[in-house]
Design a protein around this ligand. Sequence first.
Ligand code: ADE
Length: 336
Amino acid sequence: MSRTTPSPKEEAKETGFLDQTLRPNSWQEYIGQEAVKANLHILLTAAKERSHPPEHLLFYGPPGLGKTTLAHLIARETGAQVKATSGPAILKVGDLAAILTNLSAGDILFIDEIHRLNKAIEEVLYPAMESGTLDIIIGKGPSARTIQLDLPPFTLIAATTRIAMISAPLRSRFSGGVFKLEFYTDAEIAKIIERSAKLLGVDIEPGAVTEIAKRSRFTPRTANYHLKRCRDFAQINKTSLSSASVEKALALLGVDELGLTRADRDILTTMINKFGGGPVGLSTIAAALSEEQATIEEVYEPYLIQLGLLERTPRGRLATDKAYAHLGLKGSAKLL
Ligand code: ADE
C-alpha cells in the first residue's frame, strides 16, 4: 500500500505532543458526543453524591474520536489519578496483578485496546471488576492454592475499536455502561479546528476551516493533524491559512476532497480493478494490499462505510456506485 500519506496510526503517534496541548481540559471545551456526555454527567454526579468511585465504563468507536480524552476528563471531574496501559502491553497475568495491586483508592485504570487482552488475563479482571478482589494461584498441580487479595476501590475505563471482539462476560462487567462514540459532524469538526487554531496561535480564514473540516474524516485527531500540516505549508510558503492554501497543502499530502488518503483509495481501486468491485473477502483485500485485516477493518473501513463508498455484505466487501464515480472508474456496483 502506498505510504506517502500518513496512516491514521502514524498520525496518532505524531500527535503525541498535540494531544496534550489541544486535548480539552473541561466538559465545556469538549465539543460533540452530546449523548455520551449527558449520560456520563448523570453517572458521575450520582457517584460523587454517594462518595463512590464511578462504575466501570467501556468506550468504543473508530480511532481518534476521543475515547482517551473522555477518560482523562472523567479523572479530572472526579479528582482521580489515571493509570494508563493497553491490552497489548499486558503480556502476563502477573503484569495485570502488578497494575491492580499498585492502584490507590479512587484511581482510574485506563486500558486502551482492551480487545487485545488475552483470555487468561481477561479472567483475572472479572473478580477485580465485580468484587474488587484479585485471585492469585500459587503453585501448580495438587498443591496449588488460591489466595484472594482485596483491591482498593477503583474505576476501570476501557477503550476499543473492536466492540465485536469483546466477550459477553467482559462486556457485562462494565456496570457503568458501554458507550459508542459517533463520528463528528462537519460543524463540530469546524469548531474543534477553530479552537485548536486559537491554542496554536495561528490565524485561519473561515473558508480554510470549512475546507479542512470537509477532509477530516469526521474525526478530531485527523482535523488537528491537517490543521498542523496546513499551518506548516502556509508558513513555508509565506501565505495565509486560506481555503486555497489548505486545498494545496492537503492535495500535496494525497488527501482528496472527501478526505480519502492514498491508502483509502488503494483499497477501493484494488477492489474494483482486481476483484470486479466485489463482493470480496476482507482477507483477500488485505493480502492484495499487504496490509493487516484488522487495520483495514478498524481504521479504514468505518469512514468508507460512513461515506457510502463501501458496503459490508454477508458475501464480502462491495464497492458502491459512489466509489466508482469518486475514483472516475468505469463500471458499476454489483447488485446483490
Ligand atoms: N480535540 C480533540 N477532540 C476534541 C473535542 N471533542 N472537543 C474539543 N477539542 C478536541
